[in-house]
Design a protein. Structure first.
Length: 152
């Protein structure tokens, strides 16, 4: 099984989390591919893979600029994504309580609305907690992959 990590980021933190996952979880899946969301659209979900959305939150609870085209295409050119199994790593800062981790939560809402099946819960990292998102994200992903890859 291939794990495809789609990265939405403004300051590269989500990309660093994806790279940590790629290094730490290589023993659990056949292949891990990291794709920055730049220029992607809904066809990014056409591949037979397990998907992980790894995104920060920007501005007033928005998806990052590089994720905007993909996010918008889920609405502007919708199609049934029942074959898609995915997880979400949402990065945010609880200082902005009203919009905490909305970048990831918005992707989750839109994907589930198109019939995609989320595995596990959305994992939220709080930048104000003083913890390293790379370490915690990789540890969460190991548990998430065990759940996602276990026989139904």
């Amino acid at each position: 099984m291939k794990l495809k990590i789609l990265v939405g980021t403004m300051t590269s933190t989500a990309d660093y989390v994806a790279q940590a996952i790629q290094m730490d979880c290589a023993d659990l899946v056949e292949q891990i591919e990291i794709c920055l969301m730049d220029g992607l659209d809904i066809s990014a979900f056409d591949e037979d893979a397990l998907y992980l959305i790894c995104t920060s939150t920007y501005g007033s609870g928005d998806v990052p600029d590089n994720a905007r085209a993909l996010y918008d295409s889920l609405d502007s050119t919708p199609k049934f994504l029942g074959h898609v199994r995915y997880g979400v790593i949402a990065l945010g800062d609880s200082t902005y309580q009203q919009t905490f981790c909305f970048g990831g939560k918005k992707f989750d809402e839109r994907l589930s609305g198109l019939g995609a099946q989320r595995v596990g819960e959305v994992w939220c990292h709080n930048a104000s907690a003083g913890t390293m998102p790379e370490e915690l994200g990789a540890a969460w992903c190991r548990e998430w992959l065990a759940l996602a890859l276990s026989p139904a």
